[in-house]
Design a protein around this ligand. Structure first.
Ligand code: NAD
Length: 683
């Protein structure tokens, strides 16, 4: 039997309608039905003068139940519930705490007033799910904040805290103390009145300000169709009657809700949510972490330190060299200065973060740390030496983590007498910005050390994904397979810029050769040299990247790589010298170049990811197939709205995938290891 999710309690002449759908009070069919029944009672019961809508537990409605979004929505739908509140002759006050997001905030906007506990966040994040608000958000919000601001809020999926919400008029009062009692008082004061947002005029806005807000939103929103649709719906409020505006908004919402992008984005949403869950670690308690020591104050070490400071940890930054320590400390200071100067962080907050940082060359201070994160040079000898030293100094029970990108974690752990405490924490650059973090499981890693890695990752605001200890873990191994396939295509006849343009058109943030230039060609070069002795001599090997490195073209940092980077030029420039070098590499192998079109480039790049994903799941490096999609979208600039290679493979089905992978294997040539798509079809 369907459970009742809404109850009506009475506080004298005020109805208190309590939504109770744990854990986040998600707006579901049962909640909507319960709300409708409660409003009908409020309307018909003469002993009730007004009503309060409030959430049980620790939040108001934090969003809609997305599981319902892939099918026809059950009645009553949210617009009908909101209409009933607006049509009700008695005022309804929304009492918000925790989060009022998406449909939850639209419901609140349909009420006559909104009061909120301090720390509540409100917002309309629908565009991040490929849709627009569908229950009046685009029509009611501009009536409070005006069109330009509504465009920014809706298209940016902004979450607004209670203090800012009060200043903007999104809520009428911030309540210190008993929220429910204050909301009842508020409702009683409103008795006999109605204050519907639909009756308010939309503030007149300067057309230039609207155009500016729309242009900024489209750019930030990667010109996705739902962003344009949200802008159109908000702009329409200036001229269109609210009844028509609501109907138009709903029609667009319905169309987008069952569109390809919305399905793909919902897949990403669920994949991210699942990536944090690990049946084997479910009941494992993480160790308590208060102080983190970061070893190595380079690019990654300083970024990791910032992420940890932002999350409230005490951080000790250690180095071997005074000058490197000084550079790292100044980088961190400059970061906070920049955040304060641009108004993104309050000076007091930045000062508190910096106050939690200490920098030192005095290694015995490692003993203060509960977690040590090593971010020194990517060389096994150096890492092992550093871990020996950490082992001698760290307190028993401290978690010891390496930020290595490729090295064997077990070999690093073997340098210590406590391999059970050693895990990988693979951050992505810039470490304080990128959401992805791989938590690497060594063969001896203790479950509670891994659970600690996942818990710290979450506290840092990251998306931690568990990965097995294999060369490149999940992300870099996928990227290597993808890049190899792109190099094959260049060898066969495509120009690097043609591959980049095709994959950027597909939606990647940057093409693979622009990425290679940005991160430096020498890292992969050194790795290929290290692997040369063990490489299968019969395997297909593209020499182009080696040739570029041999002539000193190591990427952006040397002013040239796959492209040229003349001083002062804002964009990479195509270089005829590279075309010559590629032509020579082809003729050395007797390859006559052929034309590859964008469709072939995109397809082969995607198939290379699908294939590697299947191998990763088969090898147990990825715990579940959808983790691959999470990794690519959050660490490698993969377009979220395409779902990910696993989503893409499932969409096409096993028959088509098998045929396509056979073709990929044939064009890739010797050395290509064919994956089994069955590993991708279910988690
Ligand atoms: P970096 O060269 O910028 O910094 C390394 C720092 O470690 C330097 O400041 C150096 O002085 C210090 N160091 C070297 N040996 C040391 C020792 N024995 N004791 C103490 N400090 C020592 O390098 P980075 O780019 O920050 O990379 C660090 C690690 O992070 C590497 O393992 C790398 O593979 C990994 N990583 C890098 C990236 C990236 O994009 N740069 C991304 C993910 C992971």
């Amino acid at each position: 039997m369907e459970q009742t999710r809404v109850s009506l309690e009475r506080d004298g002449d005020i109805a208190v309608i309590v939504i109770d759908n744990p854990p986040i009070n998600a707006g579901s069919a049962a909640v909507r039905k319960g709300l409708m029944a409660a409003i009908t009672t409020v309307e018909s019961d003469d002993s009730l003068q007004a009503a309060v809508l409030i959430g049980a537990g620790n939040t108001f409605i934090a969003g809609s139940d997305l599981r319902e979004f892939g099918q026809p929505l059950a009645e009553p739908q949210l617009p009908a519930v909101i209409k009933a509140i607006e049509d009700c002759g008695k005022p309804v006050v929304a009492a918000l705490h925790g989060a009022a997001l998406g449909g939850g905030f639209e419901l609140a906007l349909g009420c006559d007033a909104r009061v909120a506990a301090p720390g509540t966040v409100v917002g309309l994040p629908e565009v991040t799910l490929g849709i627009i608000p569908g229950a009046g958000g685009t029509q009611r919000l501009p009536r409070i904040v005006g069109i330009p601001c509504a465009i920014a809020m809706i298209c940016g999926g902004e979450r607004v805290g209670s203090a800012a919400a009060l200043a903007a008029g999104l809520i009428d009062a911030e309540i210190q103390g008993d929220l429910r009692a204050a909301a009842v008082l508020h409702a009683r004061r409103l008795s006999g009145t109605k204050r519907r947002l639909r009756d308010r005029a939309v503030p007149v806005a300067d057309p230039a300000a609207i155009a500016e807000a729309a242009a900024a939103a489209l750019k930030a929103g990667k010109r996705r169709p739902q962003v344009q649709a949200a802008i159109d719906a908000v702009v329409a409020t200036a001229t269109v009657d609210i009844e028509d505006g609501l109907a138009d908004e709903r029609a667009v919402f319905e169309r987008l809700r069952v569109g390809r992008e919305a399905y793909a984005l919902r897949h990403q949403f669920f994949a991210e949510r699942d990536s944090a869950k690990h049946p084997t670690l479910a009941d494992v308690r993480p160790r308590e972490i208060r102080r983190i020591a970061v070893i190595g104050a380079g690019t990654m070490g300083s970024g990791i330190a910032i992420a940890a400071l932002d999350a409230g940890y005490e951080v000790l930054l250690l180095e071997q060299e005074a000058a490197a320590l000084e550079r790292g400390a100044s980088r961190i200071h400059a970061h906070y200065d920049g955040r304060v100067n641009s108004g993104k962080v309050q000076a007091a907050v930045a000062a508190a973060c910096e106050a939690r940082l200490s920098t030192s060359l005095d290694w015995p201070r490692i003993a203060e740390a509960d977690l040590v994160i090593e971010a020194v040079f990517e060389e096994m000898g150096v890492k092992q030496q550093v871990f020996q030293r950490i082992d001698a100094l760290a307190r028993p029970g401290a978690v010891l983590a390496s930020n290595t990108s490729y090295l064997d974690l077990d070999a690093i752990a073997a340098a210590t007498a406590r391999p059970q405490d050693v895990i990988g924490l693979h951050f992505f650059s810039p470490a304080n910005v990128m959401r992805l973090m791989e938590v690497v499981r060594g063969k001896a890693s203790a479950p509670d050390a891994l659970a600690t890695g996942l818990a710290v990752g979450r506290k840092l605001g990251k998306l931690p994904v568990l990965a097995g200890n294999a060369f490149g873990f999940i992300g870099n191994r996928l990227h290597a397979a993808y890049r190899r396939q792109c190099e094959f295509m260049v060898e066969e006849g495509a120009a690097p810029q043609q591959v980049d343009v095709a994959l950027e058109a597909f939606g990647f943030a940057m093409g693979p050769f622009a990425v290679a230039d940005l991160s430096g060609l020498d890292i992969a070069w050194r790795m290929r040299q290290a692997q040369a002795a063990t490489r299968d001599p019969a395997a297909r090997y593209v020499h182009i990247a080696d040739r570029l490195c041999e002539v000193g073209r190591l990427g952006r940092k040397t002013g040239a790589g796959y492209y040229r980077y003349p001083e002062g030029a804002s964009r990479p420039q195509v270089d005829p010298a590279v075309a010559e070098l590629i032509a020579k590499a082809r003729s050395d192998k007797g390859i006559s170049p052929r034309q590859l079109d964008a469709e072939e480039i995109q397809r082969r790049a995607m198939l290379s990811l699908v294939n590697e994903a299947a191998l990763l799941v088969a090898d147990g490096v990825a715990a579940r197939a959808t983790d691959v999609d999470v990794v690519l979208a959050n660490g490698y600039g993969f377009p979220r709205w395409e779902g990910g290679p696993v989503y893409w493979a499932r969409e096409r089905g096993p028959c088509a995938m098998n045929t396509d992978l056979d073709i990929l294997a044939a064009v890739s040539g010797p050395g290509f290891v064919r994956g089994d798509v069955r590993y991708l079809l279910a988690d």
